[in-house]
Design a protein around this ligand. Structure first.
Ligand SMILES: [Zn+2]
Ligand SMILES: [Zn+2]
Length: 248
């Protein structure tokens, strides 16, 4: 086996980052990155030989499925093979720039991890629109079930909690799971009722003002006090926070 220039395309540093990401995730059991069947980086194997066996198997599996799919179906070779195991577990095998990555674990968390690793290695990273922090391999603790999940997850893969909007761990700004800005805009929930009520109380205020002193000035002051007070009180009652997601 010759020394290949596989480090040109995927750096050892990025594989170490992936390992670090995988280690933290709840529900992901093992990871091995290999080149020509030889492990480069691994996690979750008590015996390094097991990692080597799985890496070699992945290589064979990917090659066999590629052969079948290209020759029998005339399709392009797949760069991902997923095998469902018993008890809601699976093995994901992905191939990016001659590096084969094999992951094993629970179906949903594994699928999220595989997707993000692929994005990371294909340079389709999830970046904070405020501080430019790379969030692709960032993790997050689900507030509902306490599982460690990827930051860039929309729903918790363990308990399905909506995690679409979180604050950036680096700059604390609210952003979406896929790196878009979230702007909170104040909006009055019932504008027509607010205007109608304000006008009604302004008329009553004008009448009271007129009764106190039958001059235009007195009526106007009465209308302003009644209408103004009503407007400010009801405005706070009807105030609703509405979030608007803006694509950066
Ligand atoms: Zn959860
Ligand atoms: Zn940020």
């Amino acid at each position: 086996m010759s020394e290949h220039d596989h480090n040109d395309s995927i750096s050892l540093e990025s594989l170490a980052k992936i390992k670090n990401f995988i280690q933290k995730l709840t529900g992901v059991e093992s990871f091995v990155a290999s080149h020509e069947g030889l492990p480069i980086e691994e996690y979750g194997y008590d015996d390094p030989q097991k990692a080597e066996v799985e890496a070699a198997l992945s290589e064979d599996l990917l090659k066999a499925s590629s052969d079948i799919i290209t020759s029998a179906l005339g399709e392009k070779p797949p760069n991902k093979v997923s095998l469902l195991l018993k008890n809601d577990r699976s093995i994901d095998i992905i191939k990016i720039n001659e590096i084969i990555i094999t992951l094993k674990g629970q179906v949903k968390p594994l699928n999220e991890a595989t997707t993000l690793i692929t994005k990371y290695l294909k340079n389709k990273k999830i970046i904070c629109p405020y501080c430019n922090t790379d969030l692709t391999l960032e993790t997050y603790i689900c507030p509902n079930c306490s599982a460690t999940v990827p930051f860039a997850t929309q729903h918790c893969p363990h308990c399905s909690t909506d995690l679409a909007i979180k604050t950036c761990p680096s700059c604390n700004n609210p952003i979406t799971y896929d790196g878009r800005k979230v702007i909170y805009k104040e909006e009055i929930s019932n504008r027509s009722l607010l205007i109608m009520d304000t006008m009604l109380v302004a008329i009553i205020g004008a009448m009271i003002g007129w009764l106190a002193q039958p001059t235009i000035i007195s009526a106007v002051i009465g209308a302003m006090i009644g209408g103004g007070a009503t407007y400010f009180i009801l405005r706070n009652i009807f105030k609703a926070k509405k979030k608007i997601v803006i694509r950066d």
